[in-house]
Write a protein that binds this ligand. Sequence first.
Ligand code: AMP
Length: 354
Amino acid sequence: MLKPGSTIGILGGGQLGRMLALAAAELGYRCHIFAPEADTPASEVAAVTTRADYGDAAALKAFAAAVDVVTLEWENVDREAVRQLAAHVPVHPGAHSLEVAQDRMAEKQFVEWLGGRTATWAQVDNREALDAAIAKVGLPAILKTRRFGYDGKGQARLMTAADADAAWEAIGGQPAILEGFVNFAHEFSVILCRGQDGSIVDWPVPVNLHKGGILATSTLPPPALVRAQAAEAVQLARTVAEKLGHVGVLTCEFFACKDGPRFNEMAPRVHNSGHWTIEGSATSQFENHVRAVVGLPLRPTTLMSARIEMTNLIGDDVADWPRLMADPTAHVHLYGKAEARPGRKMGHVTRLGK
Ligand code: AMP
């Protein structure tokens, strides 16, 4: 167990790192951000920042020497960098979680191995394989890069076989998977946290609404169909965390279909669909993640309200800040990003109660 006053290294400097650093500070821990960008949302609230590329071996070595434990808020960190860090300092979550969660094909195979159901899918390594995948999976379908996809990036939809060339080009001709279109009623996520002692807590599941591939809202309680499928999805996510030996928050996203939950993807970290836990739960995802990585016991995830809604402020939505700041029902979180580009997550608002 790391004493308060110890330093948590965080790979990545975005809003997730910012909220992790705030939670760490409340518990008396210092944070050291490692990120390639200047002036990140997380650096503004952390004790120290190293600005360097994730492949910079000398910077990684110095970072490992300066921190007591490493965690991450961005899972696409180079595996070699994580291996290098892990030789000097504990890294939570570990290499196994990252290897599976960085690759859409690996995560689907892993979840299927554990008995979970996913969309029908096929591996696509080149343009010819896309034709074979269409024959196997059927249309409509979505072509997704295996790596580095998030918020709908690295994806192209195919309605007819005539879309194949354009879709392959749109994703940059990278190793991919083709996924059959899932006819879902709702999307929801399981957010859980596993401690170093193997204990797991999970939060009640929100229903998530996406717009243009980006999360727009997370709401509790979810509709009846999601409530009916939550236990099965939570059980699967717990098994995933155990088999990975995961430490920290793990998020699994699901489609609620008529015939049960289908796993979509996982993130080995705190997640946008868990931001409501800051005010809506007895313990936020950020606090329990910090607790897990420093080896403290996890705290309960009891709901603080029967109804909770988190709304993302994307791009120009943030221009509404004067009204939101004046609204006594709105818990406003802004990430300190200077420029409101389209599709950029600028902040979020959580409301409890009716
Ligand atoms: P992802 O990056 O895989 O989470 O995809 C972003 C969003 O696209 C999801 O949250 C869904 O709204 C939609 N989507 C992704 N995959 C599928 C699928 N196989 N069938 C239907 N919709 C999908």
